[in-house]
Design a protein around this ligand. Structure first.
Ligand code: NAP
Ligand code: BLA
Length: 328
């Protein structure tokens, strides 16, 4: 979203005190172009400890942070169910916004937030660190070597036993799994283009509603190009072994990434691919946001791209509940 350059230091307010918030705070603290002013958390003791370690003002309510007179930029790094409401309030108060994906759990709200950011002339940036990672960079740079793409498959399996009673195992706070984990779909739409139809199956296990202990979600995509895609996402108890596998089959060869090991197969020829390590992705995103806000340089991801992946995820949600095929 276009906005007039800000004068450094950009004054930042954080919503959230977890893994993503900590990496953001560390990068902002090291960059002279930014200064984190305040943090709004969930549990008071965690909020206080986070505020103490970065020397910030602790706030118990995000409603106060988004209206804080000394804050220019709100970074939303809290549970998914709060993203939409927090962003709506922050943009309405005239703040710039960075949100860790997903933008919002509701598709109509996601569109409304994009419109609101345009009306307010404020930045709305959805972090998509998956695009900055080594696997995606290698995928994009070698895609031209396998001819027209026929099919793609991306599987992530994260066993965890016992499954924790935390927000990532809570149906409402986490949201539909392929939206909460929209990076899975976004990798494919970013590399292979638009999706025209989707079907999906979703299974939760566990009787501690709203918490689940196992989630298995798989979607079948048809791309506008005619290629097909499969996304498989499983986590929790009784799934495994752990897996992160991306395969793209073209008419003349295949790219395979198993964890951080990649290769390109063309006939008998199997060539290893260099995949740069996954470190520092939140820091890269943060630096690009500061470049953008202070010097107007472009970001690495567009709201249109983010919304396109969101639309596919929402189609998958509808398909999982109806059992049918959803055309987009
Ligand atoms: P996290 O480490 O679990 O932190 C979650 C934050 O939300 C903590 O501040 C926690 O506070 C708070 N919280 C927990 N339950 C809450 C509730 N019921 N109501 C309000 N706040 C609650 O999570 P994270 O990994 O940083 O994820 C934050 C966001 O970043 C999520 O939207 C996630 O999808 C996104 N994201 C994360 C990554 C990653 O690598 N971790 C990558 C991409 C996107 P307490 O601890 O005080 O409860
Ligand atoms: C993505 N990681 C995510 C997301 C959550 C977590 C909620 C967004 C939803 C999703 O895409 O699934 C949470 N990840 C965790 C937790 C651990 C974890 C609690 O690995 C516990 C170990 N993120 C981390 C850590 C790393 C990490 C510790 O919290 C790496 C050491 C990396 N998480 C990471 C990356 C993504 C992600 C690179 C983007 C997903 C992608 O590349 O597609």
């Amino acid at each position: 979203m276009r906005s007039a350059p800000l004068e450094a230091p950009v004054r930042v307010g954080l919503v959230g005190t977890g893994y993503a918030a900590k990496l953001r705070a560390e990068t902002f603290a090291l960059d002279p172009r930014s200064q984190v002013v305040a943090v709004a958390g969930h549990q008071p003791a965690t909020t206080r400890a986070f505020a103490d370690s970065f020397n910030l003002e602790p706030l118990s309510a995000w409603e106060d942070l988004v209206r804080h007179p000394q804050v220019d930029l709100v970074v939303v790094a809290t549970v998914n169910a709060l993203h939409g409401p927090v962003i709506q309030a922050a943009l309405s108060a005239g703040k710039h916004v960075v949100v860790e994906y997903p933008l919002a759990l509701d598709l109509a709200q996601a569109y409304a937030l994009v419109t609101l950011a345009e009306q307010q002339h404020r930045l709305l940036h959805v972090e998509h660190i998956e695009l900055l990672g080594g696997v995606h960079q290698a995928l994009v740079s070698h895609l031209g070597e396998i001819g027209p793409v026929r099919s793609a498959c991306y599987r992530t399996v994260a066993p965890q036993a016992p499954a924790p009673r935390r927000w990532t195992y809570h149906r409402e706070l986490f949201g539909f799994p392929l939206l909460a984990g929209v990076s899975r779909i976004h990798r494919l739409t970013h590399a292979l283009g638009p999706v025209v139809a989707v079907s999906c199956q979703l299974e939760y296990q566990g009787d501690q509603d709203p918490y689940f202990c196992t989630c298995i979600c798989q979607a079948q995509l048809t791309f506008a190009s005619g290629a097909t895609g499969e996304v498989f996402y499983a986590k929790g108890e009784g799934v495994g072994p752990a897996e992160r596998l991306l395969e793209v089959q073209g008419a003349e060869g295949r790219l395979v990434f198993d964890g951080d090991e990649g290769h390109c197969q063309r006939g008998e020829n199997k060539q290893p691919l260099t995949v740069s390590p996954r470190r520092g992705l939140f820091a890269q995103d943060t630096t690009m946001v500061l470049d953008h806000l202070t010097a107007g340089t472009p970001l690495y991801v567009t709201l249109a791209g983010s919304l396109a992946a969101h639309r596919v995820a929402d189609g998958a949600r509808q398909a999982a509940s109806s059992g049918g095929l959803v055309y987009l």
